[in-house]
Design a protein around this ligand. Structure first.
Ligand code: SDX
Length: 428
């Protein structure tokens, strides 16, 4: 017998079904609430509200569990490649050798962007933040592929747009960086795998032979996997709601990139490094900065700490923290910011303010230290997050379109003026 939720309003008792997911999560289905009662719910920031059902990613915030299509993140980060995980998220299963080879070669075919797009880059100032460039460039891709404007045109057209986006985002991202350095753009090389190709386009110069440490390529592969999806976070919810109006996939992903840019979301990885550099420059007095983070009068927050869902360790942060030590040791990098980060974590985790609020390091706390060791400039950190998150955004958008979900349109409670009469300006 499935559970029923009962709500008593104005002397009447209303019943609503309770639904349960495969991981025993429960929700009260209020799809019929307003029609039955005339009431809506209010949940600013959607802290208690499920927007959809999904079979892509499962998080358990209390237990610190993250699984993509049922596979624990720890296994995928250790054993899979990013392209394999992208296929898993988008198509639902780990690919066979044949499927993976076809997916990889199809992506390789589409890594170039239209030559006309280079003029767009040249119009940006060198100081342009790459997230602003990337969001615009991704939306501009739709102007070169008018057939993509109808997202429901055909499964084949949908798959082609998915391949084009997966293939072109690293190229656009690397060119946004090259544009900021005013260095020559490097074209993708088909013989390189996804991560190595991105590093080539980022760091190679036409005048020199390109060499990259396999440790760097492996680190990028792991970081992209760890960022690949995270159920209904801010940017994914943005992709879904933009896509729910039947806007094309390029426009939906462009909106997701813009949402990710925020310092409370994906922009936090850049903020963390800037915070650590500030603490380092200030003499490394960690206790002083933890006090500032706790002071409600002080706008300073411990960036990379806290999470809407994880009230225990973010499992990705644990993996990245370990990878930090491994990668910096292998690369022979001794970054004082790592020691400061570890001290910050230790002090915060022993502090009642953070413990009482279940504030732990999140995915952004250590990732920037690795990006820095790989030679990625700070302003590109959130771009790296976007490249990693792209398969998740695509998978969530695909699921939403295939489930034919209605256009997203939340309700509100109006609290403004009730009725006023227009007064000519001379009488105001
Ligand atoms: C990502 O949702 C996802 O899944 C996101 C993500 C993904 O993969 O897509 O995991 C990626 O965005 C990770 C989060 C990156 N952002 C940061 O590191 C920014 C710093 N963190 C915070 O701003 C905050 O913790 C959030 C935004 C992450 C979560 O905010 P919530 O859930 O709205 O919680 P809140 O702001 O209401 O905080 C609860 C309390 C408050 O204190 P009180 O009002 O109870 O006294 O905790 C305090 C907050 O002031 N608090 C912090 C803090 N984070 C929360 N205090 C100091 N430093 C912090 N970092």
């Amino acid at each position: 017998m499935s559970e029923i939720a009962k709500i008593e309003l104005g002397g009447t008792t209303y019943e609503f079904p309770v639904i349960e997911g495969t991981e025993n999560e429960k929700a009260i289905d209020i799809s019929n609430l307003r029609a039955a009662t005339g009431y809506v719910t209010l949940d600013t920031g959607y802290k208690n509200t499920g927007a959809t059902t999904s079979s892509i990613t499962f998080l358990d915030g209390e237990e610190g569990i993250l699984k993509y299509r049922g596979y624990p993140i720890e296994e995928l980060a250790e054993k899979a490649t990013f392209i394999e995980v992208a296929y898993l998220l988008i198509y639902g299963n780990l690919p066979t050798t044949t499927e993976l080879e076809k997916f990889r070669s199809n992506i390789t075919k589409h890594t170039l962007v239209h030559e006309d797009m280079k003029q767009f880059f040249e119009a940006y100032p060198a100081k342009a933040h790459p997230m602003g460039v990337l969001s615009s460039m991704v939306c501009s891709l739709s102007t070169f592929y008018p057939e993509s404007l109808d997202p429901n045109r055909s499964p084949e057209a949908k798959d082609l747009t998915i391949l084009r986006l997966l293939a072109k985002l690293p190229t656009l991202a690397a060119w946004a960086y090259k544009n900021s350095t005013r260095h020559p753009f490097m074209y993708p090389k088909n013989e390189f795998d996804y991560c190595k190709n991105f590093l080539y386009m980022m760091f190679a110069m036409p005048t020199e032979e390109f060499k990259v440490d396999p440790v760097v390529v492996d680190a990028l592969n792991k970081l992209f996997i760890l960022h690949a999806d995270h159920e209904q976070n801010c940017s994914t919810s943005t992709v879904r709601i933009v896509g729910s109006s039947q806007a094309n996939l390029y426009a939906s992903i462009s909106a997701g990139i813009s949402a990710l840019w925020g310092p409370l979301h994906g922009g936090a990885n850049q903020e963390v490094i800037e915070m650590l550099e500030k603490i380092h420059a200030d003499g490394g007095d960690v206790d002083k900065w933890v006090l500032k983070a706790k002071d409600k009068e002080d706008p300073f927050r411990l960036m990379g700490f806290g999470h809407r869902v994880y009230k225990n360790f973010d499992p990705r942060a644990k993996i990245i923290k370990k990878a930090c030590d491994d990668i910096l040791t292998k690369l022979g990098v001794n970054d004082p910011l790592l020691a400061i980060a570890k001290k910050l974590e230790q002090v915060a985790l022993e502090d009642e303010y953070f413990k009482a609020r279940n504030l732990y390091p999140n995915v952004d706390f250590y990732s920037g230290i690795i990006y820095k060791a790989l030679g990625i400039p700070t302003e590109m950190f959130t771009v790296m997050f976007a490249i990693g998150r792209l398969p998740g955004w695509i998978a969530q958008w695909k699921e939403m379109t295939e489930n034919k979900e209605p256009i997203g349109r939340p309700r509100q409670i109006y609290t403004g003026e009730v009725l006023r009469t227009y007064v000519p300006i001379e009488k105001r």
